[in-house]
Design a protein around this ligand. Structure first.
Ligand code: NAD
Ligand code: IPM
Ligand code: MN
Length: 370
């Protein structure tokens, strides 16, 4: 088979540190000849501003268009907090998502048995949790027009953003969620605020129509986003797949992260529409950000980014066995008590980012040899 072409964008803050550990796993897979990757690296975020004056250059955008999949670390940091809004590091990531057409962001929250005690919730509430949040990623208030900051005649200023959704935007993301539900527990909960927002009402109506027309076999429920935020803490295991808009999905997935023990555990896959051959453009990224508070200190948890790479193997390359292998290695390392500080239990020793990487590669070697 042809080499898989990857673009790796480590980005800012802890991005490069965690990516270094993921690179070791990619190299390990290469060495074991499970697959050959053709890896290119590029700049996104603050580091791209420093080098090129923009958070994503046209060249890097073109590179992203040309590869089979993109793996991204994280962007942003205090150094760039005062650059003009459209040139912020985050704008680079938003451009990637928008121009690649990555409308469906899959954010699984899975609680590893070894980490049940690392959650701030009671063990019984989170044990065995396996939840999938499907976040709409290229629409809603993140991209709606009009937007901006205006000067008013009376000397005040006005900040404007617009929440918009069209039927086709709702259908295509709901379709992804219904399909995923069918392969899981066959339950989908659609989340919006149809009680106060017209875009939410449209969302509810269109999801209902699609359900009746094509997915009547899936158990569909609707929930207001505020209630969902509460229900996630009360009883997260009531959910199988959640589908929601860009902003609610951003918030609910950070909330879901804490069930798994840490934001440092949550991977994601951002997928576009399938082409004629069924392949989707895709970018894989952890749910967390650049963590400026711990950056550069070898403290960050690399697992979210590593599991994002495993999602790439699964969703872009159909390499389910290899994805399983990585997930198994992570599980084994966690079972053995290796913990970065974000998932450390009382009385346990804290390991560094690089020691976590060492342990995972060692376990991969062991599993491969057995
Ligand atoms: P953050 O996710 O960077 O950090 C939130 C908290 O979680 C911090 O205390 C951090 O130390 C901790 N944390 C995050 N990832 C961790 C990991 N892998 N291991 C251990 N601890 C981890 O969110 P923030 O502080 O609100 O934002 C910082 C910057 O990151 C901002 O510029 C923001 O815009 C950006 N951001 C980028 C992305 C992305 O690139 N996809 C996502 C979220 C935030
Ligand atoms: C995320 C982040 C991004 C978002 C930012 C950095 C643009 O918070 O990926 O969750 O809000 O989508
Ligand atoms: Mn976020």
């Amino acid at each position: 088979p042809a080499n898989k072409k990857l673009l790796i964008l480590p980005g800012d803050g802890i991005g490069p540190e965690v990516m270094r550990q993921v690179r070791r796993v990619i190299d390990w897979m290469d060495r074991k000849r499970r697959v050959t990757f053709d890896v290119q690296e590029g700049l996104v975020g603050g580091i791209a501003i420093d080098h090129h004056g923009v958070p994503l250059s046209d060249e890097t955008m073109a590179d992203a268009m040309g590869v089979d999949a993109v793996l991204l670390g994280a962007v942003g940091g205090p150094k760039w907090d005062n650059v003009s809004f459209d040139k912020r590091p985050e704008a680079g990531l938003l451009r990637l998502r928008k121009e690649l057409g990555l409308f469906a962001n899959l954010r699984p929250a899975i609680v590893f048995d070894a980490l049940v005690d690392a959650s701030t919730l009671k063990p019984d509430i989170v044990r065995g949790l396996d939840l999938m949040i499907v976040r709409e990623l290229t629409g809603g208030v993140y991209f709606g027009e009009p937007r901006g900051i205006e000067e008013l005649p009376d000397g005040q200023r006005r900040g404007v953003n617009t929440q918009v959704y069209t039927t086709s935007e709702i259908h295509r993301v709901a379709r992804v969620a219904f399909e995923l539900a069918r392969k899981r527990q066959n339950k989908l909960c659609s989340v919006e605020k149809a009680n106060v927002m017209e875009s939410g009402l449209l969302w509810r109506q269109e999801v209902t129509k699609l359900h009746q027309a094509e997915y009547a076999d899936v158990e569909l429920t609707h929930m207001y986003a505020d209630n969902c935020a509460m229900q996630l803490i009360k009883n997260p295991k009531q959910f199988d797949v959640i589908v929601t808009d860009n902003l609610f999905g951003d918030m609910l997935s950070d909330e879901a992260a804490m069930m798994t023990g840490s934001l440092g555990m949550l991977p994601s896959a951002s997928l576009g529409a399938p082409d004629e051959s069924g392949r989707r453009r895709a970018l894989y990224e952890p749910v967390h950000g650049s963590a400026p508070d711990i950056a550069g200190r070898d403290l960050a948890n690399p697992i979210a980014t590593l599991l994002s790479f495993a999602m790439m193997l699964r969703y872009s390359f159909d390499m389910n066995e290899d994805a399983d292998l990585i997930e198994k290695a992570v599980q084994t390392v966690l079972n053995g008590g290796t913990r970065t500080s974000d998932i450390m239990a009382p009385g346990m020793a804290r390991c560094s980012t690089s020691v976590m990487g060492d342990s995972i590669v060692r376990v991969l070697d062991k599993i491969a040899a057995s």
